[in-house]
Design a protein around this ligand. Structure first.
Ligand code: FES
Ligand code: FES
Length: 189
């Protein structure tokens, strides 16, 4: 066991952990920041993405890294932003608002990593092209949405478009319960 000092979402935390503890495990199981998801746990899916910058740097939150393949001990000289730290004092980050407005999620499992990768892109490039968005999110896999709405959400957050209108769901009206006689037939074996 060793005592690790992690600076996460603006706060310093001391964590007693074995040397092989990954940053993702420290976030989820020591700090209870479960927004960073444990998907493949081997660097393939992007669900564990967090943003990091050197301690003391100001300005943007930094670059995306994969917390599942980063040792917690190696993250001690970094300032880490997880999805729990993305919203600011004025409310949701524009990326979070745009994902909600565009309906860019289904199960939600990929969303924390996806939103943080998108935030890092917009911090570097405030008017990205679609290929730049696709490239920036290429390490974040989504098994549900087909990506179209996600790319749209990033464009909305960048002010490049408005959310495409969504037709209201049309469901058939349920028949009134007394509109048909209910026939119950006794089945005789
Ligand atoms: S959990 Fe899949 S890349 Fe980290
Ligand atoms: S919304 Fe389900 S994995 Fe992306």
């Amino acid at each position: 066991m060793q005592l690790l000092h992690l600076f996460v979402n603006g706060e310093e935390h001391a964590v007693a952990a074995p040397g092989q503890r990954t940053l993702l495990e420290a976030l989820r199981y020591d700090l209870m920041l479960t927004g960073s998801k444990q998907g493949c746990d081997k660097g393939d899916c992007g669900a564990c993405t967090v943003l990091v910058r050197p301690r003391g740097d100001s300005g943007f939150r930094g670059e995306p890294i994969l917390a599942c393949i980063t040792l917690a001990a190696d993250a001690q000289d970094l300032e880490i932003t997880t999805i729990e730290g993305l919203a600011g004092p004025l409310g949701l980050d524009p990326i979070q608002r745009a994902f909600a407005d565009c309906g860019a999620l289904q199960c939600g499992f990929c969303q924390p990593g996806m939103m943080l990768s998108a935030r890092a892109l917009l911090d570097k490039c405030d008017k990205p092209t679609l290929p730049q968005i696709q490239e920036a999110l290429s390490g974040n896999l989504c098994r549900c949405t087909g990506y179209t709405k996600i790319y749209e959400a990033v464009e909305v957050a960048a002010g490049l478009r408005t959310p495409s209108s969504r037709a209201p769901v049309q469901s058939e009206r349920a028949a009134a319960s007394d509109s048909k006689a209910q026939t119950v037939t006794e089945i005789v074996p």
